[in-house]
Structures are given as C-alpha cells and as structure tokens.
Design a protein around this ligand. Structure first.
Ligand SMILES: *[C@@H]1O[C@H](CO)[C@@H](O)[C@H](O)[C@H]1NC(C)=O
Ligand SMILES: *[C@@H]1O[C@H](CO)[C@@H](O)[C@H](O)[C@H]1NC(C)=O
Ligand SMILES: *[C@@H]1O[C@H](CO)[C@@H](O)[C@H](O)[C@H]1NC(C)=O
Ligand SMILES: *[C@@H]1O[C@H](CO)[C@@H](O)[C@H](O)[C@H]1NC(C)=O
Length: 458
C-alpha cells in the first residue's frame, strides 16, 4: 500500500475489551451476492497485518502500538468478541506471522520473534524479543516490511520471506538487486528446536537470497495452494505489488497518470537451493518499466499508447536507453504481471483459500478453493477514487485484457466518492479455520469478516 505515515493515527486510544456483534461499519459497504460482511471490532489504532495463532485467536498488528488478540466471548450473554493486548511495541509496522509459540513481527529495521503462549494470548515477558533478521533497509516514509514463513511438505518452518519497498516513489537504486530496495529476500532458518528456542545469532538482510526484484512495494505475497507446473526444486509465489505514481514524471499527462500504471499481481518462481545461481532472479520492471492499465487514458496528450493493450509493458522514460520496446523484450528479463489491477487501487495483501475440512454454513464455498483474495487499500491520487475493497481472483489468474477484468470485488466501500473519509481501507487478510475471511481496515480502525450468506430468491 502507498499510504503516508501522516495519515495513520499513532496515538493509542482507550479501546474496549469487548464488542457486541452487530456494530455498523463506520461507512457502509457493498457486498457481492452470496456473501455478508460483519464488523468484528471498532476503534482500533491503525490495524495492519493479521494472522491466526494455533488456538484460532486472531492477532492484529496495531501500527505504532503493538499486537492485540481477538476471540469469541463464549461466556457473555451478548454474543461478541474479546480484545486483549498481546504486546506493546511502538516499532511494529505491518508484518505478522505465528508458528506455535513463536510470534514474528516486522519493524522498520528488523524481524522480531517473541515467545508466545496461544493459551493465554500473551508473550512471555521474561524472554525479550529476539531480532531474528536484522539490517532491513529503511523503506522511506512507510517502513512496512511484509513477512511470510516458508514451510516444507510436512508443515515444518524452514525460513522466511521478507519484502522491502522503495526509498522514494521513483528509487533508481532499486534497479540493482544488491540495493535491497523494492524486492523480496529469503532467509533459511538454521535447524532449530520447535517453540521458543531461537537461532544462536541473528540472520542479516545482506545475506538474504533475492527471490525477485523490481517489485516497487511488494505489500502482500503468498504461496499458491492450487496446482502449478513449476519443476521440483523451485517454488511459486504470488505478489501483490504497488506501482509508482507517474504524475510528476515528464512525458506523462495528468490524465494519462490518472489511469496508469496498473498495480500488479506477479507470479514469481524461485530456486529453493539458495546457493544456486540459476535461474537468476527476474525483475518485475520497477523503476524503469511499468504496466499499462488504460492505454487510451489520454488519447490527445499521450497518443502513443493508443492501440497498445492492458498489461503491456511501457517505459517510464527515466533513461534514453530504456524505451517501450526494451521493456517489452523478454531477453531483458523484465517480467510482466500475471494480472493487472486498476491503477491506483493499492493492493495490500493476498491470501489463497483452502476449504475447511469440516464445512459450515458461513465458510466460503469449496468451489472457491485455491482461489486468491486480494485487499485493496484504495487510491489517494485518482479521480474518482478506486479500490477500498477485497477482490476474488480465480486461480490461475487469467490474462488481463480490456474486456475481462480477471477479478471482482466481494466487499467494497459503498460511498467511493467520499473515500478515504471513513471508508474501509482493507489491509491485512487471514482465513479462519471456519473458512471465513478476516480483514483489517487501517484508516477506519476496524476488523471485519466476510462470510457466505445464502442468496435468498426474490
Ligand atoms: C468508537 O468510538 C466512538 C467515539 O469515541 C464511539 O462513539 C463509539 O461508540 C465507539 N464504537 C464502539 C463500537 O465502541
Ligand atoms: C523501538 O526501537 C528503538 C530504536 O531502535 C529502541 O530503542 C526501542 O527499544 C524499541 N522499542 C521496543 C519496545 O522494542
Ligand atoms: C520439515 O521441517 C521440520 C522442522 O523445520 C523438520 O523437522 C522436518 O524433518 C522437515 N520435513 C521434511 C519432509 O523435510
Ligand atoms: C531483444 O533484445 C535483443 C538483445 O538486445 C535483440 O537482439 C533483439 O533483436 C530484441 N528483440 C526485439 C523483438 O526487439
């Protein structure tokens, strides 16, 4: 996402410890047929990344405050949710992952692991947080390093992927994968005992394996659950990436920049053997190349794109050597996206759905198994506003074109013209064991869920 830190509420407000079901959204939402959206908790401080622990408690990063936990209150006569504080740490920015009794969070500088007790939803205060990966590059104004645990075939944790964004909107240093900017790195954990025993020394960002670069702000990434044709020894990853803003670049009119470039859903394939040099990591274009969303956004001011197609690569004209044909030439290892998203919609997270073993009425239908769900924080520099919702992407994603969008919103702010205002700004996503999708909404301070709801014939 591209939200500026100045928009976030950093002061912790006194939040309730219980919220009854039935609270209205701060601003109304539109929900697709067959689904229903319900508020879980309100008045939170900038909720960001979310994840479930082994006890099925929902944990949420409250950016600049810490981590809080949410679970059903079964004792109360009024049905609702309990909220407790798991840890306070003003440095937490976005990323959260839980594995047994290890709780991982990202800050601007490092990935911390806390000793965590799912039974009490608390961290072990006698064990200080441990910087398992240090030296992360500062991401400029919004240091939101996304993290994702990598597991092996039996579910054992083997390592972690960590994302980094650009230093500034157009970060020329990011062309070089050794810069550490605008990319995803992989860290293998040494063989460690389960639970709370940490590796003897921290891992360092500089030693991480670059799995993909030229991803301007890889805000969300996840391993697909559906079948792929990737050979053994390599792994698939899908990445929701935020494109650069081009309205201040020479060569693009404001009208063209209002409709371009597309945000991206990228398919990354990386080598599992970290010391292998083949294949070399591929660039996804940033900062020199970008993806067309609306080639005809300004047929008068920028007519050279009329006749090209959504998803085509074009040059941001930062150097003479890199023109549109360079960006489109596969020999230059610039990989176009698997799917293009509406320009300025700001994808924030992606999760793949696996139908629960025991089906229930509220679960997403098993027909959606292996499909992707992407949160869109929403636009800050487009008229009219776009995003502000959560979309369903059938798997595998189909080629983008002007006539097929390739995704559809299942929940979206109803009053788009008032956004951001008090609209939902969907950010973190997590599926519960109940097959419902939980969503954090950073600027409205809400956690909500999306569930199946039978379509009642009219
Ligand atoms: C959230 O805070 C506002 C302002 O303090 C208050 O009016 C509202 O009742 C709160 N909402 C809930 C669900 O507690
Ligand atoms: C937050 O980061 C600062 C600067 O690195 C550090 O001094 C402080 O101890 C950190 N706070 C916590 C709770 O870890
Ligand atoms: C998976 O990882 C776990 C812990 O990291 C390890 O104990 C287990 O042997 C691994 N399984 C396979 C099949 O490699
Ligand atoms: C792509 O680039 C290579 C290497 O510069 C060049 O030989 C080739 O002609 C280019 N292909 C096209 C279609 O421009």
């Amino acid at each position: 996402m591209k939200v500026l830190a100045s928009l976030l509420a950093f002061a912790s407000i006194a939040t309730a410890t219980f919220q009854a079901d039935g609270t209205a959204f701060k601003s109304p939402v539109t929900v697709a047929a067959g689904f229903r959206a319900r508020v879980v908790f309100s008045n939170l401080t900038s909720p960001g990344g979310i994840a479930f622990d082994d006890g099925h408690n929902l944990l949420a990063v409250e950016i600049g405050v810490g981590v809080s936990a949410y679970s059903r209150n079964t004792a109360s006569t009024v049905p609702g949710w309990d909220r407790t504080v798991v840890l306070k740490n003003p440095n937490v920015t976005q990323g959260i992952q839980v594995n047994g009794r290890r709780l991982f969070v990202s800050t601007g500088q490092d990935v911390l692991v806390y000793a965590y007790e799912p039974a009490t939803k608390s961290v072990v205060n006698s064990v200080p947080p441990y910087p398992i990966i240090d030296g992360l590059p500062a991401d400029g104004e919004f240091a939101s390093h996304t993290i994702l645990l990598e597991t092996n075939a039996t579910g054992g944790v083997t390592g972690m992927l960590v994302g980094s964004g650009p230093k500034e909107n157009i970060d020329l240093a990011a062309r070089d994968p050794t810069s550490g900017h605008s990319q995803i790195r992989r860290f293998m954990f040494p063989t460690i005992q389960p639970d709370t025993v940490f590796p003897p020394v921290p891992l360092h960002w500089a030693d991480g394996q670059v799995v993909a670069y030229g991803l301007r702000n890889p805000a969300g990434f996840a391993f697909p659950t559906g079948p792929t044709v990737t050979p053994a020894g390599r792994k698939d990853l899908f990445v929701a990436d935020n494109a650069a803003s081009i309205e201040k670049l020479p060569g693009f009119t404001p009208q063209f920049a209002n409709g371009n470039p597309a945000d991206e859903f990228n398919h990354v394939i990386y080598e599992m053997n970290p010391i292998s040099t083949s294949p070399v990591p591929i660039s996804y274009g940033y900062p020199v190349c970008a993806t067309l969303w609306n080639p005809s956004a300004d047929p008068v001011g920028d007519p050279q794109y009329v006749g090209m197609h959504r998803g085509d690569q074009f040059s941001l004209q930062l150097t003479d050597a890199i023109d549109d044909s360079w960006c489109q030439n596969k020999t230059n290892l610039n990989q176009p996206p698997a799917l293009s998203f509406q320009a300025h919609s700001s994808p924030a997270d992606v999760k793949f759905f696996t139908a629960p073993a025991v089906s229930n009425m509220a679960s997403f239908p098993s027909s959606l198994s292996n499909d992707a769900f992407v949160s869109f924080f929403g636009s800050f520099d487009r008229s009219p506003p776009t995003g502000y919702g959560v979309a369903h992407i059938p798997f595998p994603p189909s080629s983008p074109s002007e006539t097929t969008l390739g995704y559809r919103f299942i929940v979206q702010a109803e009053l788009l013209n008032t956004c951001p205002g008090s609209c939902i700004t969907p950010d973190g996503l997590a599926f519960g064991v109940d097959g419902r999708l939980y969503v954090s909404s950073t600027l409205s301070g809400e956690l909500f869920l999306v569930e199946s709801s039978p379509v009642v014939p009219q």
